[in-house]
Design a protein around this ligand. Sequence first.
Ligand SMILES: [Zn+2]
Length: 376
Amino acid sequence: MTSSWTAYFQERLASILAELQTYVEMETPTHNKEAVDRLGTVIAERFRSLGCRVETIPQPVYGNQLRVEYGAGDEQILILGHFDTVKEIGTLQREPWRLEDGKAYGPGVYDMKAGIIFSYFALQAIIDHGLPLQKKLVFFWNTDEEVGSPSSEALIRAEAEKSACALVIEPSYGDGLLKTSRKGGGEFLLKATGRAAHAGNDHAKGINAIEEIAHQILRIQSWTDYGAGTTFSVGTIRGGSASNVVPDYAEAAVDYRVSTRPEADRIKALLQGLTPVLPGAEVSAEIVTSKPPMERTALTERLFLHAQEQASLEGFALREIGVGGTSDGNFAAAAGTPVLDGLGPVGGGAHAPHEHIVVSEIAPRIALLLRLLTTL
Ligand SMILES: [Zn+2]
């Protein structure tokens, strides 16, 4: 036993970084199942060697999902993370693994291979020191988070339902803030249909779908309400074939975000109730992807206060924030399970070439994770 787990992990920093390098140098773009499965096999083997029960859940399109269980009992804690990245194979050549100015760089290092490494080393220390657990630990390592978790959403929701709480090992925010709420939302496709006609000869017979969608776009954008945390942003627009043809079809892809579940329901009702402005035109909105908001409940607050207390035992102050971006934490929260998100590395540059983690923050974060896993 040691009084400071931070010091303990600091002493083991070289092996932690070596293992992280191994993960980073195995590139895992979501759409390359073979590559993702290759790292999945390594992760499964690592956790198995600690004595975990590892279940590989086969997937036809994306990488096989990994469910890792340690300990016993009826109650469980869910630890969530993903090992797919947005970076294509070959990114490593432009953005090689490197240590520079106290930072570790490389594709996926921050989002979020470090989080899985942190979990592994925390668990290893728990086992090596025979630390008792209050609850069984279930780690779910996802392979398709970066495309919205199509093959894992149902598995995550089901696992969260059985869990007392969920810890998401995604990167922290800014200089290390935990994420205690996330907006929900997603994307919908706005479609307008009119009637084609020759723009010169038959102008009056045409119904211009682009004109119709222009009305709809202005209407939808005006629903943005920063105070309520609701935003709409038309991201792409498409329609028409030539300037002398009255277009009969136009569509726009729209990003929307909401802070609460009632607000999500209200927006869905608004979208279903869209009515055309031009006589004879038709409009519709089809939700393509949607995640429920991860709300900061009383249970979340309790969980955060506990984490704050544990962090103070390691000598650092933990702060929290609500963010607009979504994660698998949104699915876990949908089950009513309290979620602490952002327990992974401190760093920056997710999805960008300067993606990195701060090396001096590795040990304290693993120490915090160890304390949470053993005290919750
Ligand atoms: Zn991520």
